[in-house]
Ligand binder design. Structure first.
Ligand SMILES: Nc1ncnc2c1ncn2[C@@H]1O[C@H](COP(=O)(O)OP(=O)(O)OP(=O)(O)O)[C@@H](O)[C@H]1O
Ligand SMILES: [Mg+2]
Length: 250
């Protein structure tokens, strides 16, 4: 079991001015679900990720894992690669030397097959983020947390990476939490989309979707779900790349 139950999770910061970022977040993620968490910049998505990943203990409310604490795979908002190691060595740092074949295969899957020995500083931000994604998948996580992993990729590459994430999820049913600004991406990949409101500072809507097997952006159900989500978030400054790329809006 790798489910997660967050109950009335709160987080406040004192600096630079006292403020509450999370005001009582309730969110349950059952084993095998692919949940997207959407919300505008500053809503507290990464703050919640840090709490779930065990990096921040200064929160109120409760966080409970169903069953044993899972092996986590995390893609942080910044790639967090070790700068003096090549990409393959960055992956082997978490997978161990015996994982070399899988590490090479995953670098190939994220289209970095010819960058084994490249240092992170020699790569673009999008390439580093894909390397971080390969590293997270290498650990064969029970619970995968992705903080905007596809941001800054061009539309065609982002679509191929969505196919990769969907294939990985369909094969392994790894419980997944995807943080994204992109409503179309959330609807395309998820079994549920949760909306974190910057006003109420908690999850205000939870939209269940049939499993994506795979779900394509032209699917009428995708278009209807997207329309609902856009209506719910209309008053917020949610940057939705699909607005700027109507071919992806379904
Ligand atoms: N350690 C900290 N100390 C003070 N304030 C913090 C700290 N961490 C986060 N915050 C504040 O909490 C708020 C939410 O930040 P967070 O990074 O969680 O937003 P986000 O939803 O991930 O935004 P984005 O989409 O831009 O990544 C911001 O106003 C931020 O300044
Ligand atoms: Mg963030």
């Amino acid at each position: 079991m790798t489910g997660l139950v967050l109950s009335a999770v709160t987080r406040a910061f004192d600096h630079p001015v006292p403020r509450t970022v999370l005001g009582g977040v309730d969110l349950t993620i059952a084993q095998g679900e692919f949940v997207s968490l959407v919300g505008p910049s500053g809503a507290g998505k990464t703050t919640l990720l840090r709490i779930i990943a065990g990096l921040d203990s200064g929160y109120g409310g409760s966080l409970a894992w169903q069953g044993a604490r899972p092996r986590l795979g995390v893609v942080f908002q910044e790639p967090r690669l070790v700068p003096w190691l090549g990409l393959l060595d960055n992956l082997l740092l978490v997978g161990g030397p015996e994982s070399v074949d899988r590490a090479r295969a995953l670098l190939g899957a994220v289209e970095l097959g010819d960058c084994d020995s490249a240092l992170p500083g020699q790569l673009s931000g999008g390439m580093q983020r894909r390397a971080a994604l390969a590293r997270a998948l290498l650990v064969e996580p029970d619970f995968l947390i992705l903080d905007e992993p596809l941001i800054s990729l061009d539309a065609a590459l982002a679509e191929r990476m969505r196919r990769l994430l969907n294939d990985f999820w369909r094969k392994r049913r790894t419980t997944t939490l995807l943080i994204t600004h992109n409503l179309a991406e959330a609807v395309e990949l998820s079994t549920r989309v949760a909306i974190l409101s910057p006003i109420e500072r908690r999850v205000v809507a939870d939209c269940a979707l049939p499993p994506p097997d795979p779900r394509l952006s032209g699917d009428p159900m995708v278009a209807a779900a997207l329309q609902d989500l856009r209506r719910m978030t209309r008053s917020w400054p949610v940057p939705d790349p699909a607005e700027a790329a109507p071919d992806r809006a379904g």
